[in-house]
Design a protein around this ligand. Structure first.
Ligand SMILES: [Zn+2]
Length: 272
């Protein structure tokens, strides 16, 4: 078994678990190589800052306190008891390369702490995919990289969630993910990297063109993970978006902060 030398998290905003109804060959290939849950649960309320905040800070929204407005207007406190996976990685590896490429800018500037040496880039999805691919080619020693694509959520708000129009955009996001996975492969990093693919929420629960409720359509997300120590075909049970932080910490060989609620899903890694 290869050691895990780096982690990539690729987020699809607003894609819920609707990927099952779309043609997503890149995601399918990652799923074949690793683990998947199509019934993973996101945080409540099912809104982007709350849910990406839960993923990155390992705690529920009542604890991290982020909302879309707060994430857009303030920076996250660098002395919080709920550090992001980036701060945890930085404290363990002072010289490591860390990067966040987020189409939705508040993730970079409001959710991830400032001044911890994370390379932060925000641009529209397709350009973002190419920029992230270039970054990987130029910095194959990157330790932790988060990439967030925003278009599935925009399509859900505009056309309705889980509609043919949104599924078409989800398929585009699969292509964008392919640009990144190709760059990872070309740089020779595929075998010893953990690649997590995840959505932050679905939509169409109580409002066909919105989200935010605890309705299963809003709350259910896909969560995939491939890389060292993950047996192909693993089905992950009972995972929440918050648990992602614990998976990242485990893969990077660092201790999860005691204040995190994130739990390593049983049976995910072979060694458990
Ligand atoms: Zn939205």
């Amino acid at each position: 078994m290869n050691q895990c030398n780096r982690v990539f998290i690729i987020g699809w905003d607003g894609a819920g678990n609707f990927v099952r109804g779309a043609h997503t060959p890149v995601l399918d290939r990652l799923i074949q190589r690793g683990a998947i849950a199509f019934d993973a649960q996101t945080a409540s309320p099912t809104i982007s800052a709350q849910c990406w905040g839960a993923l990155l800070h390992g705690v529920s929204p009542v604890k991290h306190g982020l909302t879309n407005d707060i994430a857009a207007e303030r920076t996250f406190p660098s002395d919080s008891s709920y550090p992001s996976v980036f701060r945890v990685a930085r404290e363990a590896y002072p010289d490591a390369k860390l990067a966040a490429f987020s189409a939705w800018e508040p993730i970079n500037y409001g959710i991830i702490e400032p001044s911890i040496g994370v390379r932060k880039v925000s641009m529209p999805d397709r350009e973002l995919a190419y920029a992230a691919a270039s970054y990987i080619g130029e910095h194959p020693d990157v330790l932790l990289m988060f990439i967030d694509f925003d278009l599935p959520d925009a399509a859900g708000h505009r056309h309705g969630y889980n509609t043919p129009e949104q599924l078409r955009v989800i398929e585009e996001t699969d292509e964008h993910t392919g640009i990144i996975v190709d760059a990872i492969e070309k740089a020779g990093l595929l075998e010893d990297s953990l690649i997590i693919t995840v959505s932050d929420h679905g939509g169409g629960g109580e409002d066909t063109h919105g989200h935010g409720t605890d309705h299963p359509l809003d709350k259910t997300i896909f969560w995939g993970c491939a890389g060292p120590g993950i047996a192909p075909g693993t089905r992950v049970r009972g995972i929440t978006i918050t648990d992602t932080a614990a998976v990242v910490a485990h893969a990077l060989g660092v201790a999860a902060p005691a204040a995190w609620e994130a739990k390593l899903p049983a049976g995910l890694f072979n060694s458990i």
